[in-house]
Design a protein around this ligand. Structure first.
Ligand code: ADP
Length: 476
């Protein structure tokens, strides 16, 4: 059995700020079906040890970056978790990264975490479990493969997955000593980046294999528009880079068994109309003759929220309605709240984070809009597919890899599952919405597309096999 130590700063159900946590939490269970024994290593944020309950100490260190530290082993929902208990670094009240602004010593905190993970990876703990592969996620864990590379005589193999290249862990070079980075590796082929330290770069150059969360994002990362300064590094490592799509939790997102909605399935989508009526009532909309579109999203520039505001008036004129659930930057909140004034009865907005409500939106909406400017993988378009809520998405990253556009060829071949558009601008989004309204007018064709969408495989099944063969290839 291949043993893998997954190293990350977040993991569902223990600690989450974004999609990274969903993936790190889902992988061990998906991979155990492939015969992979995966443990997850996390920092012991406040209350995490308590949340887990019974833990045992498997390693201790008197001085880990200026304080004593222990590694505690426990389990959550059948998954073995290793917690780095280092109070001087992780016992803080202001969120896991600091809120509203980052903790100034985040580079040292996560360097220490990565250092400890590399030690456990190479030598194991007192329980005798030594992994074959260390799998690090994002910049917070990216120094772990680097510390492994810098150590000599280790058989441990490493993988680094990029979930979002926007975050790289950049620090002034004066922090080298405090981060315990070897001076000799401060160069272009190491962790140096325009006179600073770049933690993600160090990991990208050090790991045996790299991956990201969709095939399209894997190739986009090698281009200047998406690589955020690391496109050259990505190109240099192209031969070792894989794009593996995320899956969704098909137990949580299951329209045939979802307590928040009137249940339905691909065979009987009729109940979707009842969910639609309930949604219109809940949000006090008028009758919506055309498609009812939904948005569940962080409200930021990345997500193209401004484009939705731009096209809403024409979409409403064409018969459409719009329900938006999200939180984010004040500018975007104000813009979409403005639509409820200018288009009353047809546009409703809820500012907030509400999982139960998001299920009702997917159940009652006809379509889900995801006009992202970049999207490593994206989850909401996959929820849309599963709930027969037709995705209308920008043709970028994982959106491009999960939705089959209703172009004439795909329509003829009965393979379309949604609408994609390019480039990510208001004009292209408006065209996609026009095409959607036209198809909606033909309810028979619309039903057929809904049923096809609901049969799309958005589970972890194919991707867990891809990870398993990545590990197997590494250890020969
Ligand atoms: P990102 O990680 O960039 O925010 P993803 O699509 O990968 O985008 O994941 C976002 C996740 O957060 C999805 O599960 C989505 O349903 C959820 N989500 C985002 N905003 C809200 C909200 N306001 N209420 C409920 N769920 C939300």
């Amino acid at each position: 059995m291949i043993k893998v130590l997954s190293v990350a700063s977040e993991c569902v159900p223990l600690v989450k700020t974004g999609g990274l946590a969903d993936v790190v939490g889902a992988l061990p269970r998906a991979l155990s079906e492939q015969g992979i024994d995966m443990r997850v290593m996390l920092p012991a944020y406040p209350d995490l040890v308590k949340k887990i309950g019974k833990v045992t100490e498997i390693a201790a260190e008197k001085d880990l970056y200026g304080g004593s530290a222990r590694v505690m082993k426990g389990a959550v929902d059948g998954v073995t978790v290793l917690l780095l208990d280092a109070p001087h670094l992780f016992d803080r009240k202001g969120g896991i990264y600091g809120n509203p602004s980052d903790y100034p010593d985040n580079p040292e905190r996560f360097a220490a975490f990565s250092f400890a993970a590399a030690q456990i990876g190479m030598h194991g703990g007192r329980d005798g479990w030594v992994p074959d592969v260390l799998h690090a996620h994002d910049w917070q864990a990216a120094l772990a493969p680097a510390f492994v590379r810098w150590a000599e005589n280790t058989r441990l193999k490493t993988v680094l997955t990029v979930h979002n290249i926007a975050f790289q862990g950049i620090a002034p070079s004066s922090r080298m000593g405090a981060m315990r980075l070897p001076g000799w590796a401060y160069n272009t082929n190491g962790y140096e980046y325009w006179g600073n330290i770049n933690v993600l770069k160090a990991g990208l150059l050090a790991a045996d294999k790299l991956s990201t969360v969709s095939p399209s994002y894997a190739s986009e990362l090698m281009r200047g528009e998406f690589g955020m300064g690391l496109d050259g590094v990505m190109r240099a490592r192209a031969a070792d880079m894989l794009g593996i799509l995320n899956g969704v939790d098909t137990d949580v997102w299951n329209p045939a068994d979802d307590a928040a909605i009137i249940a339905y399935s691909a065979k009987s989508v009729a109940a979707k109309a009842k969910n639609r009526a309930a949604l219109i009532a809940e949000f006090e909309l008028d009758d919506v003759p055309g498609p009812l579109a939904i948005v569940v999203s962080r409200l930021t520039g990345q997500k193209g929220i401004d484009l939705i505001a731009d096209v809403a008036p024409e979409f409403v004129t064409d018969g459409g309605g719009l329900v938006i659930l999200g939180t984010g930057e004040p500018y975007f909140e104000e813009r979409i709240l403005g639509l409820t004034q200018s288009l009353p009865g047809r546009v409703a907005v809820r500012i907030g984070y509400d999982e139960g409500m998001s299920h009702r939106l997917f159940a009652g909406g006809d379509a889900v809009l995801v006009p992202s400017r970049f999207e490593p993988c994206g989850l909401t378009q996959m929820y849309g597919l599963r709930y027969g809520t037709i995705p209308v998405v920008a043709a970028t990253g994982g959106l491009n890899d999960t939705v089959i556009d209703a172009n004439p060829a795909a329509v003829l071949a009965d393979s379309a599952t949604g609408f994609t558009f390019h480039p990510t601008d208001a004009l292209a989004l408006r065209q996609a919405l026009r095409r959607m309204c036209a198809l909606y007018a033909d309810q028979k064709a619309w039903r057929a597309m809904q049923q096809r969408a609901m049969k799309s495989d958005v589970s972890w099944s194919a991707s867990s096999k891809a990870y398993a063969s990545l590990y197997a290839g590494l250890i020969g």
